[in-house]
Design a protein around this ligand. Sequence first.
Ligand SMILES: [Zn+2]
Length: 133
Amino acid sequence: MSYFSDMQVVEWWHMPFLSFDQDIPDQFSATMIGWLGDKVSSKGELPHSILEKLEWAYDHRLFDQGFLGCHECEICCNYSDRGEILIEDNQNMYVAPRMILHYIKEHRYLPPEVFVNALNHLIIDQLDKKADL
Ligand SMILES: [Zn+2]
């Protein structure tokens, strides 16, 4: 799997037809989160309420470049996943591999605080919208 340091900004692209939201631009500047490679850069305990929101995002904020295929966890070589999660906040587009959930649960990876905050904001918005329906 690709390695990027946390908060590294790269030009990213995706296949809109594979995405949860087809209005996302085909190409955009992405802030990379959780592309760990073979070691955990930052460890700690993610609050349970945030973990639940990430689990929600894992199912509902999925997008994909289509051809990357499965990523294997290079830390334990015991788990694989595919696709990315997009979290938007304050005009930042955070892109994490779906594997991030495994990194957090199994390897105690702790993402940067701005990403934790972004997750918090976004999902609350989404759940509010749902509650209004
Ligand atoms: Zn692993």
